[in-house]
Design a protein around this ligand. Structure first.
Ligand code: ADP
Ligand code: ZN
Ligand code: ZN
Length: 733
């Protein structure tokens, strides 16, 4: 126990480089503890911070320290491992610890409150009441008996989803049962039901599960590198079951668009356990309750998106990151952490295994597997009876196109549709057309706030900027010459949809992109149409690329895979290859043999040829060699200092000053590149520039950043620009 006179180190939200020192609050009350929330004065405001440590001394004279107002937690809200992870992340990403901690906590907890009472969405049979008494009490109400029978059949606890197909007023029956104390209301993640049966694992799956389970009480990182449809999810489920049998909890991270109700349902039913879901779409109360359930051990499995990584676990046993290559694991603003990379740190700290799964592992993870830092588990065959699809290139050169569709693709679509197959078309551009052009003067409608063109949305009759959200009604006249002969150039998903309705009037078409799925539930409805087979042609952007099991899709068409070949970012080809493989994985998931057609103007492009002839792994090895030569990640390390302001001068000048500071601190093996304007210099009315730091090894990079970071805030222009430091940036925009 620390002496009450210790000085509190408190992480307070704000741009402070470390925790701030306070005296303990006067009066009785719980003793100060690391991980507890505390209300403190800050200037003229009051803030809630988290105690990160206690100390006997301060850099400031004791009489200048202010006392904290109130310790809010009798027992620390954050356990030591979670606090340790946040501290590690704050150091590594050079981000204020107060902001990091604020980011890991649900809002109500961050504000010093507790979530309100749980929303009831499940019920459990009260075990204290003997069965005969139960039966007697519902004798005269068949409806109550029916509900009770269903809850029993579900394993003694049931969620709304388990009950909603019952006839009549089952909610009323539940109310009566709760009044009689035969049922207890519980929150959804408390509901544990009997697990449903798993399929017999094949040899590769079995070997993977055995390897993971052998490591269940130690630290190890596994790269589960399995082609699409090879049954990676079944491997996770088996490893999760073993973890649960050992009385431990597990955390599963999935990409933002992968966390579908279908996925949650599959986990809930198979595991038959108390499962908490964590994503940004939850109400804060639900999020806070799930967070606390994980911390207190009343939920056994947490499944969530990026920020769920920071959920405390009472009995940690296993971490899983599915689709580990996915870009959504990296936060792109504020605290720019990578949840996959931090999962490695967390698994190490907790001494538990981590499984990173993907059909298209990131080059980072592949590199780590080759260096034997990760154990490489491979699934090379599709599970069940499905066969891998046949992939072909379609040469677009000289072909007449209809909304981007080549005659051969149209012909193949007819063939597959006539054979009762479903067709999935992929075009990574929403809207009707990416350009609106004046036929008389060549003028193009551009965003006034970005270096970007406005996208034409025909149904809405609007021009929209996809970078800043600006929009306006479609021009009737050219802004430059007044001509009325405006025409659209290029095509987006909206145009493709209307062309498909013309070309295939007898088949229903579903379009899935950000525009058609904005409304809550719209995505589920569209996917339902696809699952039930009502819609035969699906088209969409990369939202459609993964996560969805559509067994009847027999043909996948990628309309334009040339974008990725010539991208500005050095990761563009990696992303293109991942996308092609993931989209192709949508074909032939069940009994049907699948076919994939890639339209390109560059059928001889060496990367495309390599990918199609030799597969993703061969492609990845080539790409890794190239990164090695260039000293780029994962064979080198990057940090990006960004700056932006309403005019172009200050960001450049600030970065010049930063460069001057950095040159004095940089040792051998570290280079500073720039400053240069960002690839899209102006966005949302702000001019952006960047300075790139490149270094062969991580410790040298970190030492440099530690020395650079404090000086940045003191640069003369630091207050004239908005600046940020991005360690391990995932995109160069
Ligand atoms: P992935 O996660 O690798 O894409 P899934 O685990 O979703 O693959 O499996 C793909 C499909 O194959 C699913 O429908 C799943 O139920 C089925 N499946 C997986 N493993 C087996 C198995 N061992 N036997 C039969 N079917 C399986
Ligand atoms: Zn014009
Ligand atoms: Zn814009």
């Amino acid at each position: 126990m620390s002496k009450p006179s210790s000085i509190l180190q408190v992480a307070v939200p704000g741009p402070f480089s470390g925790p701030l020192d306070y005296l303990p609050p006067s009066g009785d009350g719980p003793g100060p503890l690391a991980g507890a929330r505390v209300r403190v004065p800050l200037g003229s405001r009051r803030e809630v911070g988290v105690i990160t440590g206690l100390s006997e001394s301060s850099d400031h004279p004791r009489k200048r320290l202010r006392p904290a107002i109130e310790i809010l937690d009798q027992r620390p809200l954050l356990d030591a491992p979670t606090l340790g992870l946040a501290q590690w992340a704050a150091r590594y990403y050079h981000h204020p610890i107060g902001e990091v901690l604020a980011g890991c906590l649900p809002t109500s907890l961050r504000r010093g409150q507790w979530p309100s009472a749980p929303s009831v969405s499940a019920w459990r049979i009260n075990d204290d009441i003997p069965e005969e008494q139960c039966a007697r009490q519902v004798q005269r109400s068949p409806r109550q008996a029916q509900v009770l029978a269903r809850v029993t059949a579900c394993g003694g606890a049931a969620t709304i989803g388990d009950l909603q197909d019952l006839d009549g007023d089952w909610r009323g029956a539940i109310r009566h049962l709760v009044d009689k104390a035969l049922l207890e209301p519980i929150s959804e993640f408390e509901a544990a039901t009997y697990p449903t049966e798993a399929p017999e694992l094949n040899d590769e799956q079995h070997a993977a599960v055995t390897a993971i389970c052998a490591a269940l009480d130690k630290h190890a990182v596994f790269l589960l590198d399995g082609i699409t449809g090879s049954g990676k999810t079944e491997v996770y489920l088996a490893a999760l079951q073993a973890t649960l049998r050992a009385g431990r909890q597990a955390l599963v991270l999935v990409p933002e668009i992968g966390l579908t109700p279908q996925l949650v349902q599959r986990f809930r039913q198979r595991l038959g356990t108390r499962l908490a879901v964590m994503h940004s779409g939850l109400s804060d109360g639900d999020r806070a309750r799930a967070w606390l359930a994980a911390r207190d051990g009343t939920a056994d499995v947490v499944i969530g998106t990026r920020s769920a990584l920071f959920t405390p676990l009472a009995r940690p046993g296993l971490l899983i990151v599915d689709e580990e290559h996915d870009l959504s694991f990296k936060q792109q603003d504020g605290f720019r952490y990578h949840a996959r990379d931090l999962a490695v740190v967390r698994a190490h700290q907790l001494g538990v295994p981590l499984v990173l799964g993907s059909a298209t592992p990131s080059l980072e993870s592949r590199h780590n597997a080759q260096q034997r830092r990760y154990r490489h588990l491979q699934l090379n065959r599709r599970a069940g009876t499905a066969k891998p699809p046949a992939v072909h290139l379609l040469d677009l050169r000289g072909q007449p196109l209809q909304a981007g569709l080549s005659p051969e693709l149209i012909r193949q679509m007819h063939r597959h549709l006539n054979d009762d197959g479903q067709v999935l078309l992929f075009l990574n551009r929403r809207g009707y057309a990416p350009v609106l052009l004046c036929h008389d003067c060549g003028g193009i409608a551009e965003c006034s706030r970005c270096d970007a063109r406005l996208t034409y949305h025909r149904a809405a009759s609007r021009l929209r900027c996809h970078h800043c959200g600006y929009e306006r009604p479609v021009d009737t006249r050219c802004g430059d010459c007044g001509s009325t002969t405006l025409q659209s150039v290029g095509q987006g998903t909206e145009q493709l949809e209307s062309m498909l309705q013309t070309l295939f009037p007898e088949h229903a078409v579903s379009r899935i992109d950000r525009d058609t799925t904005r409304r809550q539930g719209a995505m589920e409805a569209l996917l339902d149409d696809a699952h039930s087979g009502r819609s035969r042609i699906l088209l969409g952007t990369q939202m459609l690329a993964k996560g969805h099991d559509l067994p009847d899709v027999s043909l996948v068409g990628i309309l334009d895979c040339d974008q990725g070949l010539f991208g500005a970012d050095f990761r563009a080809t990696e992303r293109m290859a991942q996308l092609i493989v993931q989209v192709s994985g949508r074909a032939g998931r069940a009994e049907r043999a699948g076919e994939v057609l890639l339209q390109t103007h560059h059928p001889e492009h060496p990367l495309l040829v390599r990918l199609l002839r030799d597969g993703y792994r061969a492609f990845a090895d080539d790409a890794l060699k190239e990164r090695q030569l260039m000293g780029l990640p994962p064979c080198g390390h990057l940090a990006l200092l960004r700056a932006e302001a309403p005019t172009a001068g200050p960001p450049r000048a600030f970065l010049e000053q930063a460069r001057g500071l950095g040159v004095g601190l940089a040792g051998p093996g570290l280079s500073l590149l720039g400053p240069v304007p960002a690839p899209m210099e102006r966005r949302a009315g702000r001019f952006r520039a960047q300075l790139l730091v490149q270094c062969g090894d991580r410790p040298t990079m970190q030492r440099f950043l530690f020395r650079l970071r404090p000086g940045l805030a003191d640069l003369p222009l630091a207050r004239k620009v908005r600046w940020s430091l991005d360690v391990d940036p995932q995109d160069m925009l």
